[in-house]
Design a protein around this ligand. Structure first.
Ligand code: ZN
Length: 160
């Protein structure tokens, strides 16, 4: 690894840890219009999302959960990116994040709202950890589509 790359990795680690420690969107909204619960058994990540809507707009989003730095930081980034957006806009952001993480799309095509999630680029090399990053986004997508959702990230192999 070149020296510059190592510095970049350090920088991204700091960004992830800042989001991991942030309390800004932690908690549970009562009452709420949208709820989603998801687990990623491979890693032990668990997330519960509650959100309120104002008409077509996702007004507030909070999440509660535990798990690895990647799953929790990704949830905090998501909350920051989607609050105040219309539901179709939110679903587009979820899709764009999946393009970036799972389908390894180019960073320069990321919507401005997802700028901070570029810190997760290094995670893309590790399929099991991509599931950690995607968990809350998949839970939110299902929650918006169904109102209430239970979601489980499945392993790539049986028994994992
Ligand atoms: Zn994880």
């Amino acid at each position: 690894m070149a020296e510059g790359d190592a510095e970049l990795a350090d920088l991204y680690r700091d960004v992830l840890l800042d989001y991991y420690r942030s309390r800004a969107h932690k908690g549970k909204l009562e009452p709420h219009d949208v709820r989603g619960h998801g687990v990623s058994p491979i890693c032990g990540d668990e997330i519960e999302i509650t959100a309120t809507r104002q008409g077509d707009r996702l007004d507030k989003l909070r999440f509660d959960g535990h798990g690895c730095v990647i799953s929790q930081a990704s949830s905090a980034m998501m909350a920051e990116a989607v609050e105040g957006k219309s539901v179709p806009e939110v679903l587009k952001l979820v899709e764009a994040f999946g393009d970036f993480m799972v389908r390894r799309g180019p960073m320069d095509q990321m919507p401005a709202e997802l700028e901070e999630t570029k810190a997760l680029e290094g995670v893309r090399k590790f399929p099991a950890r991509v599931k950690c990053a995607m968990l809350s986004w998949n839970v939110l997508r299902l929650g918006l589509q169904q109102g209430a959702a239970e979601y489980q990230e499945l392993g790539d192999r049986e028994g994992t």
